[in-house]
Design a protein around this ligand. Structure first.
Ligand code: 26V
Length: 823
């Protein structure tokens, strides 16, 4: 083809306007006069894609020419959120686009609402991956993400009869204009079958994986624009299809039905994202998904690497692979298989390459979330990988035995195979042994990773363990989500904060400036007015923008203690209605979050919140002081509406249970004050914003640990001692919020008073309501409150994911920015 024959697309408004009309006509096949708002949204996305692809190709050439080391992020989840608005903001053309569309009779904000959130993740872990991609591109770093192109994202939540109802999320219903299908780079994936043991002519072991079935991984690329749009990386998602050759073979054998079944099974692999359930392991399809991700990604990585005429032994010099939790931990076995079986690299050298390339991040301490796969299932799905895992384990345990006397108990603890409930592979151990770096996601969590999760490994390899405190991208979570606040900040200190969040420090003196505080307060109030409009429209509940907006938005889980929040709401309600108490500030309690479909307690908590809302919002005695809202279908786009409007952020997990949290960072960055425990990144947030600007309560991690270890927590003692607790629990148990079904919530009474209640709700309740008391008093003094709010925003610079990514790049990946020439 002739090269350089077409002009590149530009960001000039005239050019963009022309491209949009072109796309309406030629991509959508409609005359412009018939274009609907949705058509305009699609054409605008396609128009931006053209421009992003130009930059993506330029970025790719730049990385190739530099021959620099690259990083690949392997994650089973990415919670990207809507892309159109984000791309417009990262290209810095929001003003121009707003004006252009306005001139055509549309509003950019309405047009953006046509895009479905690609919700290819459950929560924190997937959203972190998306923030990391934004930061990598903004920092001009050669890093891209690998994931699965699920046909159905996380279920959509609606509330019917006060209960959560789940519906499938067919997120591509209206197409995904941003993605590029790359059929030419499809990967054939082998699985199932058996291993035959052979020998090479010189007598060494030659395993042959035979009779495997195959499927195809088809890549889809989603361009990821850095701020300013100069560097555009991509996220590569693989969709599973059946291979034609396989189908043809069976068709030829005349077994039509079997061939069709095979095709359906293949396509099932990337059909749906699994929701976080308490026990989701053991499901064959999930194991196949994990392997599918690992196989496709590694094939793609090594293909690109070898194309550059390099020797596979140089892999770690030019490649870093980050395992986002244990879901891609099979990478350890697959990379070994690729090196040893396919490339005939001797085991020891292959092991060196593998461990020098891979690094692992742990994201949870919850024992029920630690992945294990039964040996039996692995044997069936991935027989050769199982052999390799056994061999890794054998050599590893031998090496410990050789380094000194060890007792059997320690060997059993460190083994990759758990033999307590049948034989199971401990995926976290596989990841730790197979990586050169293991990190947690906040200071506290990283300590607990060493002391609680992997004490034996930490003693063996102290240098392997490190911390990388999470961060969030300021582009989406302040610049785009909160244009009012972003504008005020830029007016005050310039716009460098967008890529250098520490610049927010310059706002610190302005906390003393009454005029600035008033403007800050006005921005917050505006956001609350908008949210109030949205709440009225979607729930029919009327809330005043003059009330304090108190929010808890996150997955529903007992360890996150939404029940503690509920107990406090009930406490407030009963004081108002029974004690004649007049709170210093009216409050609106906003809850949002999904419960895993099979998690009974979590779903009942939603049910209770909705029932509570119904009772409280209808009670005239309380309505001036108190409202409760459950905002359905929490997702990135809803978070962007809620967070700018929050006054108080609820971060109330039991100390030692939340690995980090990232919502806590988004709220505080947007000027909400946190009521929180000493858990996860709350601790670092509190240190950063100042303890006087954070409402602390609750037990510390060592106190919690002691209670749990000694069995010394006695909830009945709190019940007997504190009338406040008694009244709240009795009201739940007596069916006050479920008059038609008086025993509906009795289980909560029983659970919170059970001796083995793991999350110590009652132990923290009195200090929690006391902290809320202070909040109520201080909110009533706007200058006091707004000073604290400004200081929260001003001091959150550290929690930019740019900082986090720089730390990973320097300490773990060894990658550097490759900026465009002249930048
Ligand atoms: C947790 C649980 C809890 C028990 C029930 C089953 C289950 C399944 C999955 C998970 C969490 C999986 C990993 C995860 O999303 N962790 C989150 O990662 C965030 C980013 O590092 C971090 O901010 C959150 O604290 C952490 O929960």
């Amino acid at each position: 083809m002739p090269v350089d024959s077409c002009p590149l697309h530009s960001l000039d408004t005239g050019d963009i306007s022309c491209s949009i009309r072109e796309h309406v006509t030629h991509s959508l096949g409609k005359p412009c006069r018939e274009a609907s708002q949705r058509d305009v949204a699609t054409a605008l996305s396609l128009t931006l894609r053209d421009r992003l692809v130009d930059k993506m190709l330029e970025t790719r050439d730049r990385y190739r020419e530099s021959r620099a080391k690259r990083m690949y992020y392997l994650s089973i989840e990415y919670l990207l959120g809507r892309c159109l608005g984000n791309n417009i903001y990262n290209l810095k053309i929001q003003g121009e686009m707003g004006a252009l569309l306005h001139g055509w009779g549309y509003e950019l904000e309405d047009i953006r609402e046509f895009e479905r959130d690609p919700a290819l993740g459950n929560g924190g872990l997937g959203r972190l991956a998306a923030c990391f991609l934004d930061s990598l591109a903004t920092l001009d770093m050669p890093g891209c993400g690998y994931g699965i192109h699920y046909e159905y994202g996380l279920f959509k939540q609606s509330i019917e009869n006060d209960r959560q109802v789940e519906r499938p999320d067919y997120w591509m219903a209206e197409g995904m204009p941003l993605q590029l299908e790359r059929r030419d780079q499809s990967v054939i994936v082998p699985l199932y079958g058996r291993v035959e043991n052979h020998q090479t002519p010189d007598g060494s072991y030659l395993p042959l994986w035979v009779d495997w079935q195959d499927l195809v991984g088809v890549p889809y690329d989603i361009p990821i624009a850095g701020f300013g749009g100069q560097t555009v990386n991509y996220l590569r998602l693989f969709a599973a299809h059946s291979t034609d050759s396989f189908n043809m073979e069976i068709f030829d054998q005349g077994d039509y039905i079997k061939a069709v079944h095979q095709k359906i099974y293949s396509e099932l692999i990337s059909k749906i994202l699994y929701p976080n359930e308490s026990i989701s392991f053991g499901k064959e399809l999930r194991l196949v998904q994990e392997y599918f991700l690992v196989f496709c990604s590694l094939r793609d990585i090594t293909r690109r690497f070898l194309k550059q005429n390099r020797n596979i032994e140089e892999l770690p010099e030019y490649t870093a692979i980050q395992l986002n939790d244990t879901h891609p931990a099979l990478t350890v076995a697959e990379l070994m298989r690729l090196l040893v079986d396919e490339r005939r690299v001797p085991w020891d050298r292959a092991w060196n390459i593998t461990t020098s390339t891979l690094a692992f991040t742990n994201h949870t301490l919850m024992p029920e979330a630690l992945e294990m796969w039964s040996v039996e299932l692995l044997e069936k799905v991935l027989p050769r990988h199982l052999q390799i895992i056994y061999e890794i384990n054998r050599r590893f345990l031998d090496s410990i035995r050789q380094s000194g006397p060890v007792d059997d108990a320690k060997i059993r603890r460190m083994s990759l195979i758990d033999e307590n409930h049948g034989k199971q592979v401990r995926m976290a151990h596989l990841a730790v042994v197979g990586s050169h770096s293991v990190n947690g996601v906040s200071k506290l969590h990283s300590e607990l990773v060493k002391t609680v999760l992997f004490p034996d490994y930490a003693a063996l390899w102290p240098g392997k363990f490190n911390n990388k405190t999470n961060g969030v991208t300021p582009r989406r979570w302040l610049y785009k989500a909160n244009p009012g606040l972003a504008g005020l900040i830029t007016e005050a200190i310039g716009e460098t904060w967008i890529t250098d969040l520490d610049e927010l420090q310059k706002l610190v003196p302005l906390a003393e400036d009454a005029a600035f505080r008033e403007r800050f307060a006005a921005v917050k109030r505006n956001a609350k007015v908008r949210l109030a409009g949205f709440v009225a429209k979607t729930t029919g509940i009327v809330i005043s923008p003059d009330a304090l907006y108190d929010m808890q938005a996150k997955r529903i889980h007992e360890y996150k203690r939404q029940l503690l929040n509920v107990m406090h709401v009930i406490h407030d309600y009963l004081r108002i209605t029974e004690d004649g108490y007049l709170p210093p500030t009216p409050r609106v309690y906003v809850f949002a979050g999904k419960a895993a479909p099979g998690y009974f307690e979590a779903k009942e908590i939603i049910h209770l919140i909705c029932r509570l809302a119904r009772v409280i919002n209808a009670d005239k005695r309380a309505s001036e002081h108190l409202k409760v809202v459950f905002a359905a279908d929490y997702r990135v786009s809803l978070a962007e509406k809620l967070i700018p409007a929050a006054d108080v952020s609820e971060q109330i997990s039991t100390a030692g249970t939340e690995a980090s949290g990232t919502g806590n960072m988004k709220f505080s960055l947007n000027g909400a004050l946190t009521i929180g425990t000493l858990d996860g990144a709350n601790i670092e947030i509190r240190e950063a914003v100042g303890e006087e600007n954070f409402y602390l309560f609750g037990l510390t991690t060592p106190e919690v640990e002691r209670h749990l270890a000694e069995g010394s927590y006695d909830p009945w003692e709190y019940y007997r001692k504190h009338p406040e607790i008694r009244r709240v629990l009795d009201s739940i148990s007596a069916g006050r919020f479920s008059p038609d079904e008086p025993t509906a919530f009795h289980w909560i009474f029983e659970k919170l008073l059970a001796k083995n209640e793991r999350y110590l709700h009652l132990a923290d309740f009195m200090s929690y309501i006391e902290a809320h008391e202070r909040i109520g008093m201080e909110y009533a003094r706007p200058d006091v409150w707004m000073r604290k709010a400004v200081l929260n925003t001003a001091r959150m610079g550290y929690f930019s994911s740019d900082r986090t990514i720089r730390e990973y790049a320097k300490d773990i990946w060894g990658i550097k920015p490759i900026p465009p020439r002249g930048a």
